[in-house]
Every structure is written in C-alpha cells, then in structure tokens.
Write a protein of this length. Structure first.
Length: 113
C-alpha cells in the first residue's frame, strides 16, 4: 500500500515518524511537536552495540517548488551546530528524516553525524 506522507503536514509527519520510532525502539523518548527541542525530535539512549545517544530529527517543508535533494543537503548542513552540541553532550549518531509537500525526497533517513 502506498501512503502519501507528504500530505500529512509537518506536525502529523513528525507524529507518524515518532510512532514508527516507538515501534522500532520501545524506549525512545519523543519530544512534543512544535516545542523547542535543540535539534531533537526523539532520542534513544540505550541501543545494543552503540555508545551514546541516537538523535532523530524530522524536517518537513511546505514549499514543493523549492524543495529537492539540494534542500535536504542544505538542511543537513544547517543542523551542523546542533549536531555538534548534541555530540558534545554524548550523542553518537544523528538521523534526519526529510519530507516535502508534494515530494518524496528520500526513501531512507539521512545520517548526518
């Protein structure tokens, strides 16, 4: 079944990403939608064979005309300072899940750490 995730909007897209994370990582901590999160929409503290915390960041754009692979890469680069701060606090990996209104940019998450 094909789901049109790009039609969810930013808040509902974040919620469905968090629901999928909870299924995969039952101990994941999800942060509220629309609140300052310091570059974290969810974190996983205890993962086998991983030292540190895994951070998940969801990005959604409402602008289908300007969003493409370049936007994803620029968005990832724009998160650099947040990723550095999170790494200094013990994050070992950061995953970015991008989505654009009207576009399916990537079928997998983008690892930016």
């Amino acid at each position: 079944m094909d789901h049109q995730l790009e039609n969810l909007g930013p808040d509902r897209f974040q919620l469905i990403c968090q629901a999928l994370l909870v299924k995969e990582f039952p101990d994941v901590i999800c942060y509220p939608v629309g609140m300052p999160d310091g570059g974290r929409d969810a974190v996983q503290n205890s993962v086998p064979n991983n030292k540190g915390t895994i951070v998940f960041q969801v990005k959604f754009s409402k602008s289908p005309d300007t969003v493409d692979r370049k936007w994803v890469l620029e968005t990832a680069r724009g998160e650099g300072e947040k990723v550095k701060r999170l790494r200094d606090k013990g994050a070992s990996k950061t995953f970015l899940s991008p989505m654009s209104l009207g576009h399916r940019i990537l079928k997998r998450e983008l690892w930016i750490s």
